[in-house]
Design a protein around this ligand. Structure first.
Ligand SMILES: Nc1ncnc2c1ncn2[C@@H]1O[C@H](COP(=O)(O)OP(=O)(O)OP(=O)(O)O)[C@@H](O)[C@H]1O
Ligand SMILES: [Mg+2]
Length: 301
């Protein structure tokens, strides 16, 4: 059975799109992946965690008037910040009333976790778009995912930044396996060469693994879709880039289903609630917020 279209059967999948270099296609991938999963029947939450430079809404042609920071700051209930898009996913935007790119502080993080906790059971898949590099916000959201996908292009500058991100993710959030998507690739050969170089570095210096999940060709149609605020998988479903997005969505969803985290929890609640202690948010393992009390110990470990 395909791992897609598993709505209502448990096994929430959380996929974070990350990457070192700006402009390599993280948001394009996150948005189209979310749309693709939604089109296949999953209830998808797309979180634009690029707080302060949010733009996933522009690729969907929508303009939410509240976002993560409003929810985290307690100014807006999460219900009012969730934006249902016609393309399929529900968007929690990185936009907000206040323009700040500072990482969320401990109080904001706990408030956000509590809010996400309350809506978790409504979704089958969560796709998180993060900012370039691995700052605190990106690390926090990537640390929460079953699958972390690093996006790169074949350029040496992008590879260097991708390796730096892999190092931060492995050292600071304890990951030993990452996924890789090579964007702007001319074909599988170049994607494989890029992967070989990164795997050599990641294996040798970090003792970790990076798996090539797929590649996307450079296609001016992507630019056209961005210009009109519509995801390319919706406007040009038969283009090569859309077909490759579709394959990626299918593979990623299956992979995320197999993750130990996904197997252990049946609702988002367990997952988000485990974050404060796992990643030192809110003072580490000694801080268990009220809404997390009563969860099984493993959910808070
Ligand atoms: N496969 C592709 N073919 C052609 N153009 C592409 C492709 N992928 C991305 N682009 C172009 O690159 C631009 C930047 O992509 P995107 O916003 O997804 O990058 P990003 O990694 O999210 O950047 P940032 O780090 O600033 O958040 C897009 O607006 C689009 O025009
Ligand atoms: Mg982006």
């Amino acid at each position: 059975m395909s791992a897609l279209g598993t709505a209502g059967r448990g096994g929430l999948r959380v996929i974070a799109i990350a990457g070192g270099k700006g402009g390599v296609g993280k948001t394009v991938l996150a948005v189209n992946l979310a749309v693709e999963l939604a089109q296949r029947g999953d209830r998808v939450l797309l979180i634009d965690a690029d707080i302060g430079a949010a733009n996933a809404h522009l690729l969907l042609g929508v303009f939410p008037d509240a976002g993560i920071r409003d929810v985290a700051g307690g100014r807006v209930p999460i219900e009012d910040a969730l934006f249902e898009t016609t393309a399929g996913p529900t968007l929690l935007s990185g936009l907000g009333h206040e323009i700040e790119s500072e990482p969320l502080d401990d109080c904001e993080t706990l408030a956000l976790l509590g809010a996400l906790d309350s809506i978790g059971e409504r979704f089958d898949a969560v796709v998180i778009d993060t900012s370039a590099g691995v700052g605190d916000n990106a690390l926090f959201f990537a640390g929460a995912a079953d699958e972390v996908v690093l996006v790169t292009t074949p350029e040496p500058t992008a590879l260097a930044d991708t390796y730096a991100s892999a190092r931060a993710l492995c050292k600071r959030s304890g990951r030993s396996r990452l996924g890789l998507v090579v964007n702007h690739a001319f074909g599988p050969g170049i994607a494989s060469a890029v992967h070989d170089r990164l795997q050599t570095l990641v294996g040798h210096f970090l003792g970790a693994r990076i798996d090539l999940l797929g590649w996307l060709p450079f296609d001016p149609l992507v630019h056209d879709a961005v210009m009109v605020g519509q995801p390319i998988v919706a406007t040009r479903p038969t283009s090569l880039v859309s077909r490759r997005m579709r394959t990626l969505a299918q593979d990623l969803s299956a992979l995320a289903c197999e993750s130990p985290l996904a197997a252990e929890r049946s609702a988002l609640r367990f997952f988000w609630s485990s974050l404060p202690s796992r990643y030192g948010v809110g003072g580490g393992a000694t801080v268990v917020p009220g809404w997390a009390a009563g969860l099984p110990a493993r959910g808070r470990a």
